[in-house]
Design a protein. Structure first.
Length: 232
């Protein structure tokens, strides 16, 4: 008998049960299926323009930069301008996300590489699964569409976020992830990113890029890909 089994056996003995009782097992299953939600802060319980404004305010407070575009086809040009304004190489790496690949990159002079980063890339572009307004946090799921290495290895991380994917609180996003992927098929990792990488461990001096990108730039797309004509 393993130590785990021994602990459970002692618990059952103290409760006077065997663990095979049908009603008790049903109660546990129902509890797991319908877990109660925790306390949700009032700050994130807004909608519409107020939700967007809150996300932007919180993201910028965390040292990210935020720009808005009206539609998905405007994203490549906005990224090219961001790189040019910061004197960065006109080259990006991104995954296989269809929302990104449908965008008109050929209308810019950007060199586009595909796939996971091995550490030599200066700029990366990802598409967020969602954004959390209460803290200005981006939520990115792992996979070939948006490789996790793009979140951490390049110096500059540019993240595209649809305004329709904004949520007020963390709990709402977890519910969306479960609904999108389903039990047993969840992504291997879910990264919650708030601002660029930074650390104040050394003499309490803030250092950007300590464990990841030194810049985090968010492009907030006001219109959905379906309405914007991103596939044309």
């Amino acid at each position: 008998m393993s130590a785990r089994e021994d602990v459970f056996r002692n618990i059952r003995r103290s409760l006077g049960v065997t663990g095979a009782e049908t009603i008790r097992r049903q109660i546990v299953s129902e509890r797991i299926e319908r877990a109660p939600r925790g306390v949700v802060p009032a700050r994130g319980q807004v909608s519409g323009d107020a939700l967007t404004a809150l996300f932007r305010r919180q993201a910028e407070a965390a040292l990210a930069t935020v720009a808005e575009v009206g539609s998905a086809p405007e994203v490549p040009q906005a990224i090219a301008e961001f790189l040019r304004n910061h004197n960065l190489p006109a080259a990006i790496r991104m995954g296989a996300d269809e929302r990104l690949t449908r965008m008109p990159w050929d209308r810019t002079g950007l060199a586009v590489s595909r796939g996971a980063s091995e550490g030599a890339d200066t700029n990366a572009v990802s598409h967020a699964f969602a954004g959390v307004a209460e803290s200005g946090t981006l939520v990115l799921v792992s996979g070939p569409d948006n490789p996790t290495t793009l979140n951490f290895l390049p110096d500059n991380h540019i993240v595209v976020l649809q305004a329709k994917d904004l949520a007020g609180a963390y709990e709402s996003v977890w519910s969306r992830i479960r609904a999108a992927y389903g039990k047993g098929t969840m992504p291997r990792s879910v990264n919650w990113i708030t601002g660029p990488s930074r650390s104040g461990d050394i003499e309490q001096t803030m250092l950007l890029g300590a464990h990841g990108p030194r810049r985090l730039h968010i492009l907030l797309v006001r219109e959905s890909p379906e309405r914007s004509g991103a596939g044309t």
